[in-house]
Design a protein around this ligand. Structure first.
Ligand SMILES: [Zn+2]
Length: 142
């Protein structure tokens, strides 16, 4: 099922087996816009590594087969982690190539996303926390 011009439902469903999918209103429009931007810059789209997570999957450590996410992760779709949240508003994107990564960070940032870079695992996290009234920021994973 297409969710937008270039994104499909299966890319965002929770990977624990529950298949859960709920995106915060406005999130996907901004992600499609970021995708259009990075495609114009590089000719490459966005490969989604992680979208929606149920709270159980998010909170289960990676060593036990879970996502091992932040306790208040914006990936969680079935339990509001922040006031006003109504679904997932975060995505982890594959970003191994350095030049592509720079373009992706630019595309996400200019479309309002907060950006985190996980160098060890080669992905860029983008989230639309600004839709919840939280300030746009960048961070790393230590
Ligand atoms: Zn799940």
């Amino acid at each position: 099922m297409n969710l937008s011009a270039n994104f499909h439902d299966y890319e965002f469903r929770c990977k624990c087996g529950c298949g859960g999918l709920k995106l915060h209103p406005g999130f996907l429009d901004r992600l499609q816009s970021a995708r259009d931007t990075v495609f114009a810059m590089t000719g490459k789209g966005i490969k989604v590594l992680s979208g929606c997570r149920c709270k159980v999957h998010n909170d289960t450590p990676a060593s036990a087969g879970g996502a091992g996410g932040h306790p208040r992760s914006l990936h969680v779709f079935d339990f509001p982690q922040h006031p006003g949240q109504d679904g997932c508003l975060a995505v982890d994107c594959e970003a191994v190539d350095g030049a592509y990564r720079g373009a992706l960070i630019t595309a996400l940032w200019t479309n309002g996303f907060s950006v985190g870079w996980n160098a060890k695992r080669g992905f860029i996290h983008g989230d639309m926390r600004i839709l919840l009234g939280l300030p746009q920021t960048t961070f790393d994973y230590t």
